[in-house]
Design a protein around this ligand. Structure first.
Ligand SMILES: Cc1cc2nc3c(=O)[nH]c(=O)nc-3n(C[C@H](O)[C@H](O)[C@H](O)COP(=O)(O)OP(=O)(O)OC[C@H]3O[C@@H](n4cnc5c(N)ncnc54)[C@H](O)[C@@H]3O)c2cc1C
Length: 377
């Protein structure tokens, strides 16, 4: 006999978990199917930064703040550890400081300009040499991406009766019926595919015409530093201003871009902008780079790691730069949409392509989707 559920979610990354949680909140019977033993995709390979400051003013910023509330709710319920650490964007060049000033003047996001002294009082990582100032935003959170997904899945199973099936690759979805590689079948009234960067297994026709592109990021983690600053704010360098759309229409951004294109084109070639997040244990997560489409190979480039470290050493100070771990992650990203959401001809929802903001947006996106589908929880 085929088991039946109200909802089946395919993919146990943060986007799938978010949709499963919001369905369970609405008292629906939920099945979650994940092909690996524990989620191993982008959701466990990231910085663990919940980063509203990177989202443009308007609906996306609101969604990020809604996600933030939901992360804090998980923390309050003892599901995941969440630090309210905030973030500081550093300016080591006059054009970067101008962007920060222009951004703060708009008053669209909660933030505050800091003097160099105020920056170094708030962050022991910030390099005071040639520092012109910073922008503090209090909204950013730190979670541990290596444990968060499995903790949320365990809690959904235990407290919300979500049926979580790991090591269960789904190979076919057809009019309410789901088939796994081992031949098991399930039925669900609503099916949501959250398959992350796998654009080939389920609905390859839809996904290959979607415009989605894969992006590979290289990451580093240092050994524990001799001292850890409790609640250390995440740090973003001036290079990061090029990356997040929230700064996109600050007039001085053109000067930042032009300087980097002219002085260090190698950073643009590999999409490098640098960020650092010191975890409570004292180790620091560092990144990242962005290689797209055919530039992606299975092999990591030491040149990219060296460039990231060169740039990081300009903007942060560490007692010990020994690298404990190196890894890469891949996500799917749409050139113009913050997420690719569609409904197939057979009524299946596909939600993929959250790019570099899935940890920040997933809960807000799922909350919005379920409100539209059946209303408030
Ligand atoms: C290096 C790196 C750093 C990042 N840093 C941040 C950050 O600090 N803050 C932030 O907001 N975002 C960050 N991101 C982006 C964020 O990690 C992603 O947007 C998000 O994790 C995507 O979640 P997902 O659930 O769509 O994908 P995934 O995490 O890849 O999950 C998809 C899951 O679906 C499963 N699956 C796929 N196909 C099937 C199938 N047929 N059957 C069963 N299971 C299937 C996969 O096994 C996988 O576990 C970063 C990403 C990377 C790579």
């Amino acid at each position: 006999m085929t088991d039946s559920y109200d909802v089946a979610v395919i993919g146990g990354g943060i986007v799938g978990l978010a949709h499963a949680w919001q369905a369970a909140r609405r008292k629906l019977r939920v099945l979650l199917l994940e092909r690996t033993l524990l989620a191993q995709g982008a959701s466990v390979r990231n910085f663990g930064m919940i980063w509203p400051i990177g989202q443009p003013a308007g609906e996306l910023y609101s969604l990020a703040l809604r996600s933030r509330d939901l992360w804090l709710e998980l923390h309050a319920q003892g599901v995941v550890e969440v630090e309210q650490c905030g973030a500081i964007h550093l300016a080591h060049h006059a054009d970067e400081m101008s962007v920060l000033q222009e951004f703060a003047d708009r008053r669209t996001h909660e933030c505050l300009l800091l003097t160099p002294t105020e920056v170094t009082e708030k962050s022991t990582l910030a390099n005071p040499e040639e520092l012109l100032g910073g922008l503090l935003s209090p909204t950013e959170l730190r979670v541990d991406p290596r444990t968060a997904s499995s903790q949320i899945a365990a809690w959904l199973a235990e407290c919300h009766n979500v049926a979580c099936r790991f090591e269960t690759p789904v190979i076919k979805v057809d009019v309410g019926r789901i088939t796994a590689a081992d031949g098991q079948n399930w039925h669900a009234d609503r099916i949501i595919v959250c398959s992350g960067s796998d654009l080939q297994t389920l609905y390859p026709d839809v996904l290959s015409h979607s415009g989605l592109q894969l992006c590979k990021l290289q990451m580093l983690r240092t050994v524990s530093q001799p001292s850890a600053q409790p609640g250390a704010p995440h740090i973003a360098s001036g290079l990061t201003l090029r990356h997040y759309t929230s700064f996109g229409d600050c007039p001085s951004l053109a000067a930042v871009r032009a300087r980097i294109q002219n002085d260090s084109p190698e950073l643009d070639r590999y999409g490098i902008h640098v960020m650092a997040s010191q975890r409570p244990a004292g180790d620091v997560i560092l990144g990242d780079s962005h290689e797209y489409g055919e530039d992606i190979t299975p092999f990591d480039k030491s040149e990219i790691d060296d460039l990231m470290l060169r740039e990081l050493q300009r903007v942060i100070r560490l007692k010990d730069w020994t690298i404990a771990e190196r890894w890469h992650g891949v996500y799917a990203k749409h050139p113009s949409m913050p997420v690719f959401e569609t409904v197939t001809d057979d009524g299946v929802h596909i939600v993929v392509g959250t790019g570099g903001a899935g940890m920040t947006l997933a809960f807000g996106l799922a909350d919005r989707a379920w409100r539209q589908w059946i209303g408030d929880s």
